[in-house]
Write a new protein. Structure first.
Length: 439
């Protein structure tokens, strides 16, 4: 693999793409450390350090996708999250709105139009999320329990608030632009690469925090255990992410004029984890809503006490059960809206394709739906188990650790993006008669 990287850097055009991608990554990480105007940097550092000791923040999932920039309140505080949310919303609306579905079927021009809608929605979500972040920081709720939480934004004038929101929105637009630059002129999908870097940037600090907080052999036992768990999880995720059910498809021969077309054999690859990391994000976001409502409500009512006792701590039995059930539900939900067996069956019938032993048309759609449901069950259970690893991994060392770096969302994204990027580099190496990564 290292030899393949060396060969990639020896190829002029491929080396240019790799260096361009690395340059964009450096700019992105630089922007993740520049504070927003109007924020007290010293007070933010005090609260961040205290939050890391007390088990993190309620906005830990969003902070994960920003590489720690959210809680630092930097110009790239929102990171790629608005773009991810906008992309998911547009993908869901494509099933509901006929106009978007028609655009999706128009090919490249329709895809370009949907991409433009995604950009507009990203800016709107950035304004909304930036306003919420500024309001949370001003009220002191961003770091509940910190003694200087109310002093993070010293100047609470309207002008300062507007400047902070505009800066964060502009930062989101720059992140979106950098991601598209990587997609066009670099290696891999730009937004996926930036998400990969954001998550990987927090690994060294989280690992060292586990070592410092450990009690066995100066923390080295906990440190080594986490490393072993991480390698085991990466191996499991790679195995499942590459697993797929290949449904054979045969195309009948057709005579058009004097030429014969078709007669080929191919397959439909159905991945075991067809939904990817989307169900984990949906389930985490949904479970954050009650905790956020309880945090912003005043007083000490019964429902607030119940939420704080059952839905705030991630190691509670009710939280774990709801989290697992929601992941399984959203896995089936997302697969149902992203893969349409009827449409696939109609396209196969239109071009003379059929599954051996299955009649074309409605029986083919029913067979595809049956197979998809069967492989979605193990995929959804796998997602639920992977997502619960941070909660149960360190139970033998005094309870779950909120700083556990090899969480389900982190590993799924890192492995998925890493595999796709490696495949792209290898395909370009093979085009130049190189051996690539796989020998």
């Amino acid at each position: 693999m290292l030899t393949a990287f060396a060969r990639a850097f020896k190829t002029p055009d491929l080396r240019k793409k790799l260096l361009f991608t690395l340059g964009i990554i450096v700019l992105y990480r630089l922007g993740a450390h520049i504070p927003v105007p109007g924020v007290s940097y010293q007070n933010v550092q005090i609260c961040v350090e205290q939050a890391s000791k007390n088990g993190g923040s309620l906005l830990g999932l969003v902070d994960l996708f920003s590489g720690g920039a959210l809680l630092q309140i930097t110009i790239f505080a929102l990171g790629v999250m608005p773009y991810i949310t906008a992309s998911i919303i547009l993908q869901l609306l494509t099933v509901v709105i006929p106009r978007l579905e028609a655009l999706k079927k128009e090919g490249q021009s329709g895809t370009a139009k949907i991409t433009q809608y995604t950009r507009y929605l990203t800016i709107a979500l950035a304004v909304l999320q930036g306003t919420g972040l500024v309001a949370t920081a001003r009220s002191g709720a961003l770091f509940s329990g910190c003694r200087v939480a109310n002093e993070i934004v010293p100047d609470r004038s309207i002008f300062t608030t507007v400047i902070m929101v505009v800066t964060m929105t502009a930062g989101t637009a720059v992140v979106m632009w950098l991601g598209e630059l990587v997609t066009d002129r670099g290696i891999g999908n730009g937004m996926s690469i930036l998400m990969f870097i954001s998550i990987a940037a927090g690994f060294p600090g989280a690992l060292w925090a586990i070592k410092k907080s450990g009690n066995l052999a100066g923390g080295w036992i906990e440190f080594g255990t986490v490393i072993l768990i991480g390698f085991a999880m990466v191996g499991l995720v790679v195995f499942v992410e590459q697993a797929q059910r290949r449904i054979p498809v045969q195309y009948a021969k057709r005579m058009i004029g004097r030429r014969s077309y078709g007669g080929t054999s191919t397959y439909i690859p159905l991945k075991v984890n067809q939904a990817g990391v989307i169900p984990v994000i949906f389930a985490s976001s949904l479970l954050y809503i009650p905790a956020l409502v309880a945090q912003f409500s005043s007083g000490q009512s019964g429902w607030k006490t119940w939420i704080e006792a059952n839905l705030v701590q991630p190691d509670g039995p009710l939280y774990i059960s709801l989290y697992f059930v929601l992941i399984v539900f959203f896995a089936f939900f997302y697969v149902a809206i992203s893969f349409n067996p009827d449409e696939v069956a109609d396209n196969m019938k239109k071009y003379g394709g059929f599954i051996p032993g299955i009649r074309a048309g409605r029986p083919t759609a029913e067979y595809l739906s049956y197979v998809l449901n069967r492989i979605t069950w193990p995929g959804s259970l796998y997602l639920g188990l992977i997502a619960l690893v941070p909660t149960v991994a360190l139970a033998g060392f005094g309870g779950a650790n909120a700083n556990f770096p090899f969480g389900g969302t982190s590993i799924l994204i890192i492995v998925g993006v890493g595999l796709e990027t490696v495949k792209q580099i290898e395909s370009q190496l093979q085009q130049r008669n190189y051996e690539g990564f796989l020998r």
